[in-house]
Design a protein around this ligand. Sequence first.
Ligand code: HEC
Length: 186
Amino acid sequence: MKLSTIALSALLLTSVCMADNTAVKMEGVKYIKMLGGALKGELKAHMKKDPSGLEALAFCTGSADKITHDVNAKLPAYAKVRRTALKVRNDKVNTPDSTDEKVMKAYEAAIEAKTFTPKDIKVVEVGDTTRVYKPLVTKKVCLKCHGSDLSPQIQDALKSAYPNDHATGFKEGDLRGVIVTEIKNH
Ligand code: HEC
């Protein structure tokens, strides 16, 4: 094969892979937005009703996992969406695996190096599955339940619902976690 033919095939192969990757990425982002949007909408409404955060906290404790299940029930059978973090509150359902940890550490390194953008969607192949990650940055509204200066009522509620809670002490701009979609090659 001539060099130019090899170069051309390599180019074609790359563009085909990139096109595929873009389609999966877009599909993943759609599912991420479904879960993110559902949780954010509820959080906003409950925080507005009770600015102390207590009502929202009770709601999240009782329903975040159920909302995640409901969103997953709407996805095709080959897809899943979930949340995870390096410092986890609900260790029954949100504990990261080693790929999750690697991706989140890369986000944290970018935040540290000031090269981070929340638009940095990462696409990772794991076996026969493509994962699409979106970073969740700590905002002011998150601090009521994930910050360092929690009200005594929030502290008590967290202690009884999550005796293993590691998800406090965050500052604005820290990586709070990620939403990840897993799409099985099909
Ligand atoms: C009213 C309290 C409250 C506020 C405000 C809040 N959270 Fe949470 N957060 C929780 C609770 C409770 C859980 C555990 C939910 C469960 O049981 O699945 C949680 C879990 C999470 C998780 C899943 C990983 C884990 O630690 O279990 C992420 C990611 C997360 N929150 C991000 C955020 C972000 C980002 C914000 C701000 C936009 C925010 N939270 C605001 C109470 C809150």
